[in-house]
Design a binder for this molecule. Structure first.
Ligand code: PSU
Ligand code: MN
Length: 303
């Protein structure tokens, strides 16, 4: 088999690629493992709508029946949301065997970057990326998302990373790996639920056009790796730092006590935080994803 036999583009995505129209990739771990049903499905469908309203074609990515899919039907999105954690969480390391077994996988940021890149999609919007976990000096728990950003030429738009992670160490790691981290209208790394983290950024850009120019330049020169655009949660949805940080500390304690490890850590913490905050963190999470999809669409339109 060849590469094209492993990839399945939706008709809308295939047409947009042929006609060089703006396209935004979207991930599916956030659907199956990042949010509860039915908010996960509602959010995924709304992301697609927001893309279209902003002139871009949405390409929600997943592995379905062993195919690397860019562009899903509403039924497939509903399936990924309803099945939830029964669907494999698919990161880079899981791709070959899921294909070989003809199985389904909800793709993480790392795996979605791989699918997007193979399909020829340059821009990808999500909520938050994985990173260096707190205590990583002991556990070595560092998300494969970070190494993917150093390898695969896709620009990821996110709201920074949750402080379930060690944000200063995450930035150090990205610096070592040579990943451009660009603040969209900010000098500071946003902390997902809040607009500030205290971690300064090297680059601030206020116009989508300049980011698009940088993406084009990177592709022109065959630059290895992607870029990370960090876009703060809109003011009116940002959470009280003390409230959310207490919830996060609490969730991390519970994860430790329950002995959660490896790929289960992030989904466990996300669910716990939603539970502890009585859903208010989920509302903020959804709002910031929509905002990222909007910015990603405007970047894709300028390519
Ligand atoms: N952070 C979030 N929401 C998410 C994730 C991270 O705020 O849904 C998901 C993304 O799919 C990300 C993955 O790529 O978790 C990272 O998992 P890990 O830390 O196991 O690499
Ligand atoms: Mn991990």
């Amino acid at each position: 088999m060849q590469l094209k036999d492993h990839i399945q583009l939706s008709p809308e995505v295939a047409r947009a690629l042929k006609e060089n129209k703006p396209i935004v990739a979207l991930e599916s771990t956030i659907i199956s493992h990042g949010m509860p049903y039915p908010q996960n499905v509602e959010t995924a469908l709304n992301c697609q709508r927001i893309c279209r309203e902003n002139g871009a074609v949405p390409a929600t990515c997943a592995i379905i029946g062993g195919k690397l899919c860019a562009g899903l039907t509403d039924e497939q999105i509903d399936y990924l949301g309803k099945e939830g954690s029964k669907v494999a969480k698919a990161s880079r390391r899981d791709i070959p065997l899921l294909i070989a077994q003809g199985r389904d996988g909800a793709t993480t940021v790392a795996a979605t970057m791989i699918v997007a890149s193979l399909a020829g999609i340059k821009v990808f919007a999500t909520g938050g990326i994985g990173g260096v976990h707190r205590g990583a000096t002991e556990t070595m728990d560092i998300s494969a998302d970070l190494d993917e950003l150093a390898k695969t030429p896709v620009c990821v738009i996110c709201a920074g990373a949750k402080s379930i992670l060690d944000l200063p160490l995450t930035m150090e790691y990205l610096e070592t790996k040579g990943v451009p981290v660009i603040g969209f209208g900010t000098d500071e790394l946003p902390a997902f639920f809040t607009r500030k983290s205290g971690v300064k950024l090297q680059w601030r850009v206020d116009e989508p056009k300049l980011i698009a120019d940088a993406i084009n330049a990177a592709h022109d020169i065959g630059y290895q790796g992607g870029m990370l655009v960090v876009n703060p949660i809109p003011e009116q949805y940002s959470m009280d730092a003390d409230v959310i940080n207490a919830a996060i500390d609490n969730a991390i304690d519970e994860a430790k006590r329950a002995g959660i490890k490896g790929k289960d850590t992030t989904p466990y913490l996300l669910a716990k935080i939603t539970e502890i905050t009585g859903g208010s963190s989920l509302e903020a999470n959804i709002a910031l994803v929509y905002n990222n999809v909007k910015v990603a669409s405007s970047i894709a339109a300028e390519l």
